[in-house]
Design a binder for this molecule. Sequence first.
Ligand code: FAD
Length: 491
Amino acid sequence: MKTSTVVNAKHFKLLVVGGGAGGLGAASKFARKLPRGSVGIIEPREDHYYQPGFTLVGGGLMTLEANRRKQETLIPKGATWIRDKVQLFTPTQNLVKLRGGDEISYDYMVIAMGIQLRFDMIKGAKEALETPGVCSNYSPFYVEKHYREAMNFKGGNAVFTFPNTPIKCAGAPQKACYITDSILRKRGLLGIESYLKSLEKVAREKDIDIKGAKEALETPGVCSNYSPFYVEKHYRKAMNFKGGNASDLCDQFEEGKLLLEATLVSLEIKKLLFGIESYLKSREKVAREKDIDVRTRRNLIEVDSNNKMATFEFLDEDSKPKGKTEKVEYSLLHIGPPCSAPEALRSSQFADKSGFMDVDWSSLQSKRFPNVFGVGDCMNTPNAKTAAAVSSHLKTIETNLTQAMQGKQPCMEYDGYASCPLVVSTNRVILAEFNSKGAMETTPFDQSKPTYWAYLMKRYFMPMLYWNGLIKGFWNGPATIRNCSRMIRSK
Ligand code: FAD
C-alpha cells in the first residue's frame, strides 16, 4: 500500500483542490504527464466513497463497505497528498491557505471541491436524522439506515423530498422512493390490490366464479400464490392435503379491497426531473404504475421528529416561497438535502453570485483566472451534477489545461454530457444519458425503458469503471462508443 505524503513542499506546478471523483481523475492524468512531485492534491477526508453506489446501499443491494476505499490507496503515483482543507483562496497571488495554517502556491490549479450537503438549511433535520424513521442516501452516515427503515416500515407515509437548491444526482431522491416501493412490495405491504386484480383476471380467464374469495382466503384450505400473504399457506396446505378436491381458486368472490397496511408513498419534488420527453414519460409511467403520490412545488423546511411531522412550504412557478405551508406526517422520511457550493469557494473570487465556480461553460476555464480550471459538481455549468459528467469534464480539461501550460488557447469544448441511471426498482434501471439539448444514449437500444441489463450495468460495470477508469484518469466518457453505436443504428 502506498503511504500518503504529508507536504513539506509549498509549491506545486499543478495544485488540485479536492480528492473526489474529479480531483483524483485530474491529478491522475497530470501526474502521468508532469515530472514526479509536480502535482499536489488537497483533500481532508481519509475515506473515499463511490457515491453513485449509495442508492444501492440504501436499497440493501450493496454494502457501504464495498463502496469505500482509503484515500491514501487512491493517490496517484508521483502526486503528493496534502491531508488538509482549503480555507482561503488568494488567486491574485496563486496561493491557497489551509485550515492547518500552511500556505501553498501553484502555477496552475484545478478546483474539484464537489458540492456541500446542507442539512442545516432544514430546521430540525440534523437532529431528526438521529431519530427513528429519518434517513438520507446522500450521507454515508445515514444511507444504511434507509434500508433498515424500509425493512422495519409498518405502515403510514413514506415521504421522499427534493430540495429547492442545486443537488448532485437529482435523480437520487426518486431512486430512493422507487427502491423503497420495491422493498415494501416484496414485504407485502404494497400492491395487494394488484395481486387481487391478477386473481380476478385468472378467474375470468378460467371462467371461475370467485365471489367471497377475500373472506375465504382467511379460512383453512384456501390459498393463493398471487398474494404474499397467502402464498406460503399454499405450501402448508399442499403438505397437509389429505384428499378431496383441490381447486385453483375458491368459488366465491365479493367486490372489495384488502386493507393496505402501507397507505401512501409520496415523493415531493420541485420540478419534474428530466426535461427530455422520453425519460419524462418513462418516469411518469413508473410513478403511475407504482401508485406514487407525486406532489410538486413543495420544499421541506422543518422536521419535527418528536411528532414525526415534516413541514413543506409551497413554491410558485419561479420556485419562490408562496408563504403557505403544509404539514405531512411521516413514518419514513428520506431527505434529499439542500446543497450549496463549498464554503471556501462561495466566498472566493472564483465564485459567481450563486457561489459556484464561474467557468467558461465550454472550456471549463475560470472566467477571471486563466491558470485555473474547474471539474465536477462545484462549477456553475448547466449539466446535471453527476460522476458521469465528470468523465467529460476530465476529457475537456486534459486538453485545455495542457494547452494553457504550453501558452496556447484552450480548444476542447465540453459537450454538456451527464448521465443518471434511474433505479426504478431493485432490478430495473432507466439508463438516462443526456445534455441540456436532449438524450445522448451510448448503446443502440432504447435506454428510456427500465431494463435488467441497465441494472446490471449500474450494479457491476459502473463501479468497476469508476475505480479503475474514472479516478485513475483513464475514462473520458462514452463519446467514442456512442459514435460507433450511432453508425450501427443508422444502418
Ligand atoms: P466529490 O466526488 O464529492 O469530491 C469533492 C471532494 O472535495 C470531496 O472529497 C471533499 O472532501 C473535497 N473538498 C471539499 N471541500 C474542500 C476543501 N475546502 N478543501 C479541499 N478539499 C475539499 N453520479 C452518477 O454519475 N451516477 C449516479 O448514479 C449517481 N448517483 C448518486 C447518488 C447519490 C446518493 C449521490 C450522493 C451522488 C450520486 N452521483 C451519481 C453524483 C456523483 O457522486 C458526483 O457527481 C461526483 O462524485 C462529483 O465529483 P466531484 O469530484 O465534483 O465531487
